[in-house]
Design a protein around this ligand. Structure first.
Ligand code: KIV
Length: 285
């Protein structure tokens, strides 16, 4: 007589992440191997599915969505609830891609509010890390997030949330003193616990000093070839933006593709070529 098989019960969920999943450790290893890191903004489920299929490493749920998706004139109009909703949508579409969520304007004014809001982006939004527009004064906030176990990306250089304060969207770090400040801030914030640095619209001479002075992946948005990886706004790349920044090459004219498809649809409806019998439902019985 054979002994009964032990009762195995229902399959237990595994705690191990998918082996395909991109993590901060993946990015650190890529930095070690000098392998370029790719990153684009993404704001919705359908686009996240398409982008995830390309093998891109990071999807940035940027507060630029306030402008590209909502048509506002500044990123400060991205609210916490809006960022939570779109971050969760991007995660659903890209389960194995590293999802980085922007912390909205004024959502990280103190260490306590930063931890509370960032925790929501990680738990409800299911982001892997949060991005904050910073200068050296934010070191206590980055340290508080680190202590709470929240991975961070520190955004330096051109800070779109402060465009009004800085007199517009201008390249930063072009004078020796401004360059020194960005390098010093980057080093201080990395020492405070930042996992990633992102430099926007600064000369490569600044980026190369940040890369040399820190030990984490440095991502550039118009910040030159020294950075370990690069990010641009997807809508700029795909041709949706009238005056994209000089550092973005338009890789496709997606609005034209959409217009052509919609014009075909409109014509088909107007000329009664749509719907055809094959599009309809038959009565049962
Ligand atoms: O919100 C955003 O799209 C960004 C990029 C410009 C880096 O922060």
């Amino acid at each position: 007589m054979t002994s009964p098989k032990p009762h195995s019960g229902p399959a237990q969920p595994t705690l191990a992440p998918s082996p395909r999943r991109i993590t901060l450790e993946t990015l650190r290893q890529m930095r070690q191997r000098s392998e370029p890191i790719t990153m684009l903004t993404c704001y919705d489920y359908s686009m996240a599915r398409v982008l995830a299929g390309t093998g891109i490493h990071i999807l940035l749920v940027g507060d630029s969505a306030a402008m590209t998706v909502l048509g506002e004139n500044s990123t400060i109009h991205a609210t916490m609830d809006f960022m939570l909703t779109i971050t969760r949508a991007v995660r659903r579409g890209a389960p194995d891609t590293l999802v980085l969520a922007d912390m909205p304007f004024a959502s990280y004014a103190t260490p306590d509010t930063a931890v509370a809001n960032a925790a929501r982006l990680l738990t409800l939004g299911q982001a892997d890390a949060v991005k904050l527009e910073c200068d050296g004064r934010h070191a206590p906030i980055i340290a508080a997030l680190r202590a709470a176990g929240i991975p961070t990306c520190v955004h330096l250089g051109l800070l779109p949330q402060r465009a009004a304060q800085h007199g517009g969207y201008k390249a930063q770090g072009r004078s020796a003193s401004d360059a020194d400040k960005i390098v010093d801030d980057a080093t201080a914030l990395w020492r405070a616990g930042a996992d990633l640095l992102l430099l926007e619209a600064v000369p490569d001479a600044v980026s190369s000093r940040v890369v040399a002075g820190t030990d984490c992946p440095v991502l550039g948005c118009g910040a030159g070839p020294s950075c370990h990886g690069h990010v641009v706004v997807l809508h700029d790349l795909l041709g949706f933006t009238d005056n994209p920044p000089r550092f973005v090459d338009k890789m496709a004219d997606v609005p034209s593709v959409i217009s052509q498809a919609v014009e075909r649809y409109v014509t088909a409806v107007k000329t009664r070529q749509y719907p055809l019998p094959r599009h309809g439902y038959m009565m049962k019985g």
